[in-house]
Design a protein. Structure first.
Length: 196
């Protein structure tokens, strides 16, 4: 068996989001919105529960499960239309407005990361809800240059139809698997199945 080298992702990009409408019998999705050239960081903090099953006074089995988590995205910029998609804000006379009725909907969130061997890791969260007030702004200085970044935070949960939180596909060759990469970022429901 060949030894597989697993390293950290050296570059993350291609952040794409779709709105997810669950008011229908099955979920429907909006158009893909690309955040290319504005995506810097990602942090995923799963929420887990654990328990033990006992038999004859001893631990017979351990149980661990993910119940959801927090997804944080570091972006260099957010436009007014991005804020409508992410936070559910409304626009009044060219100004974004948060009211007592503001409620962000669910989004599908996808991005790619470049592995140290040049291959890609594709990631897609099926149901993320960002909320106004979960945004942080930072000032970053590097080599004497200052720029502002924003971190948006949302919670993810399982797709109620499938029970799946996210898809991760490793070792994707950007040249050989270009069809998979293209569909990953153009179809909210595509998870890498070949020939579909």
């Amino acid at each position: 068996m060949a030894k597989k080298t697993v390293g950290t992702l050296v570059n993350i990009n291609n952040l794409t989001m779709w709105s997810r409408n669950e008011s229908e019998a099955t979920a429907t999705y909006g158009e893909a919105v690309s955040f290319q050239k504005r995506f810097m960081t990602v942090s995923d903090t799963p929420t887990t529960v654990s328990d033990q099953l006992f038999g004859d006074g001893e631990v017979a089995a351990d149980y661990n499960a993910i119940t959801g988590g927090t997804l944080e995205l570091g972006l260099t910029d957010l436009s007014n239309t991005d804020r409508v998609l992410i936070y559910g804000e409304s626009v009044k006379d060219g100004t974004n407005v948060i009211t007592t009725d503001t409620n962000s909907g669910y989004n599908v969130v996808a991005y790619s990361g470049k592995q140290q061997n040049g291959l890609l890791t594709l990631v897609k969260y099926l149901r993320v809800k960002f909320a106004p007030g979960q945004e942080q702004a930072q000032q970053v200085t590097n080599s004497g240059v200052n720029w502002a970044t924003k971190t948006v935070s949302g919670t993810y949960s399982a797709d109620p139809e499938t029970g799946i939180f996210r898809y991760i596909r490793d070792d994707v060759d950007p040249a050989k698997d270009s069809e998979i990469v293209t569909k990953w970022f153009s179809d909210a429901t595509y998870y890498g199945k070949v020939g579909v």
